[in-house]
Design a protein around this ligand. Structure first.
Ligand code: PEP
Ligand code: MN
Length: 334
């Protein structure tokens, strides 16, 4: 980080600023020119609040030279991370296909979908037990019973299970869940992220509705700073002015994230488009862009789904999607 000091700053002001930086544990290198003084900060500056420094009387401007995320940064970890979700690997050439209904609705429903998606090549089963719904009057999920049904589907199919957490107090219920999803609306629920950092569970971290890629990485950093490095990032579309699709899929997030971080990146074309017929082409595009996996909503009867039916594929449509994605992956394999 570099701070450019305003012309006319006194020696005392400069000394107190450098003492402040040293107290934060960083090295200080001062370059005094005829017209301007520049302070270079050396070491881990992630604990320094750039906006606070920017606001100081004697500071003209501040610039970060290195990124504030260290654990997630590819610079410090050049190889791709592989996240192992109870045997289902994602990242570093391993492609994960996470599929299932938006919400777990009944034993018959989850078992039927689980068996079907497994037969088509899904590597994990996902179903919502706690649902973050925009309206409090909409179906909120089967909660603990939903997790029980997912565990039953896991016993039947052997598929690792993924489900969303909304409250850190619920963690004891997630003991046997293989990967915990943090939904878009909770991407910046920092207390929840810190709590998940104290576990060793794989975490599927979804990008927020209107969050930048940097903010997504900072959220991953919250979890990693606590010691949990098992994170899969998920791009699920962001809010834009467009209304033809539920969100706008930011596919460029795949190569951008691959440059910035070693963490695997999966694409969720279901929430990104909100329209089932658009999901297969976006899934293929995601594979072509180098995504490490997909998350697809599949329902045995989408028209009767209690949540997100319009974007859910039938098992047959999912099967066809898997074949098309496999062809794309073959085509781009080196
Ligand atoms: C979901 O995955 O079912 C979900 C609610 O997604 P998001 O958090 O991306 O909106
Ligand atoms: Mn959904």
């Amino acid at each position: 980080m570099v701070a450019i000091i305003k012309h006319g700053a006194t020696k005392e002001q400069l000394n107190s600023l450098t003492a402040f930086f040293r107290e934060k544990g960083v090295g200080v290198h001062i370059v005094e020119g005829d017209y301007q003084t520049i302070i270079g900060l050396i070491g881990d500056t992630s604990r320094i609040d750039i906006e606070m420094v920017q606001g100081l009387d004697i500071v003209e401007s501040v610039k970060r030279i290195s990124e504030p995320f260290k654990c997630a940064n590819r610079k410090f970890h050049p190889d791709d991370s592989v996240v192992d979700v109870s045997g289902a690997k994602v990242g570093g050439g391993h492609f994960g296909i996470i599929a299932g209904p938006c919400s777990v609705e009944s034993e018959a429903q989850i078992l039927e979908v689980a068996k079907a998606v497994k037969a088509s090549g899904a590597t994990m089963l996902r179903g919502g037990a706690f649902k973050p719904r925009t309206s409090p009057y909409d179906f909120q999920g089967l909660k603990a019973d939903g997790i029980e049904l997912l565990l039953e589907a896991k016993r039947e199919t052997g598929l690792p299970i993924v489900t969303e957490i909304m409250n850190a107090n619920h963690l004891p219920m997630f003991e046997e869940v293989d990967m915990i999803q943090v939904g878009a609306r909770n991407m910046q629920n920092f207390e929840l992220l810190k709590e998940l950092g104290r576990t060793n569970k794989p975490i599927l971290l979804k990008r927020g509705l209107a969050n930048t890629i940097k903010e997504l990485l900072m959220s991953a950093e919250y979890i990693m700073a606590g010691g949990n490095e098992n994170i899969i990032l998920c791009e699920r579309g962001v809010r834009t002015f467009e209304t033809q699709t539920r969100n706008t899929l930011d596919l460029s997030a795949v190569p951008v994230l691959h440059e910035l971080t070693h963490l695997p990146v999966v694409i969720d074309p279901s929430h990104a488009t909100g329209v089932s017929r658009l999901v297969p082409s976006m899934a293929q595009a995601a594979a072509a862009a180098g995504a490490d996996g997909l998350m697809i909503e599949v329902h045995n009867n989408p028209k009767a789904a209690l949540c997100d039916g319009a974007q859910s594929l039938t098992p047959e449509e999912f099967d066809s999607l898997c074949r098309k994605v496999a062809k794309v992956r073959d085509a781009i394999a080196e």
